[in-house]
Design a protein around this ligand. Structure first.
Ligand code: PLP
Length: 234
């Protein structure tokens, strides 16, 4: 009981602090904080931590690993959270992802998008997807290259069962806020370029614990926050 109570307190205090950071960043940018969704990223965190965050008012949960996420969903059966898949997506997991998640942020190949689409026939609502873009010169990182984004976005936007909502990035780590903003600005510009070609997307999934202020300043609509909310990962 005592351990659970302290977990609930720690998470709810951290949630308040993160919300205050978002509110301050939104105010500085002249933005409405309600236009920014906070996704609590709970990979490698216990179910009790997610439960505590939901009790404290969190509405969106992000997970990176399919099996881990499904186990957690089973352990939280009566919860109404919105679930976001943000990890590396393998096509053989498309059925589980389409069947259990509301959003997928990490689409970076047409093959995976087609598999997801094929698994979405039974859904009553389309699966919301973002295309993950690889910014910077990090060849091992996930994400479509900037040069290939236009073609992939055009193709994904036509797939039944999917609703292409936006772009996502995990930029190279930077400590300087101006450099952080530079990456996020780039993602926003890519979104705006797609709009000039007739593909308007309403979401920018960008910003994590260390750089959420920079992301909010550049127009983030979805922040993916792990350690600032749940503490260090186990
Ligand atoms: C783990 C993870 C996060 C959260 O990172 P923190 O630095 O702990 O906030 C966000 N996005 C993705 C894609 C992740 O894998």
């Amino acid at each position: 009981m005592a351990a659970r109570a302290s977990c609930v307190n720690a998470v709810s205090e951290r949630l308040e602090r993160v919300r205050a950071r978002i509110a301050a960043a939104a105010e500085a940018a002249g933005r409405d904080p309600h236009a920014i969704r906070l996704i609590g990223v709970s990979k490698l965190q216990p179910v009790a931590a997610i439960s505590a965050a939901l009790d404290a008012g969190l509405e969106d949960v992000g997970e990176n690993f399919v099996q881990e996420a499904l186990q957690k969903m089973d352990a939280l059966p009566d919860r109404t959270a919105t679930w976001h898949f943000i990890g590396t997506l393998q096509s053989n997991k498309a059925r589980d992802v389409a069947g259990h998640f509301d959003w997928v942020h990490s689409v970076d190949r047409l093959k995976v998008a087609r598999r997801l689409s094929a698994q979405c026939r039974d859904r009553t609502r389309p699966l919301n997807v973002c295309i993950q873009v690889r910014l910077g010169d990090e060849p091992t990182k996930a994400g479509v290259r900037e040069e290939e984004l236009g073609a992939l976005a055009a193709a994904v936007s036509t797939l039944p069962g999917l609703s292409l909502r936006g772009l996502m990035c995990v930029p190279p780590p930077e400590t300087d806020p101006q450099r952080q903003r530079g990456w996020f600005r780039r993602l926003r510009e890519l979104r705006d370029e797609l709009a000039t070609r007739g593909l308007s997307l309403d979401s920018l999934s960008m910003g994590m614990s260390a750089d959420l202020e920079a992301a909010v300043a550049e127009g983030a609509t979805h922040l993916r926050i792990g350690t600032a909310l749940f503490g260090a990962r186990h």
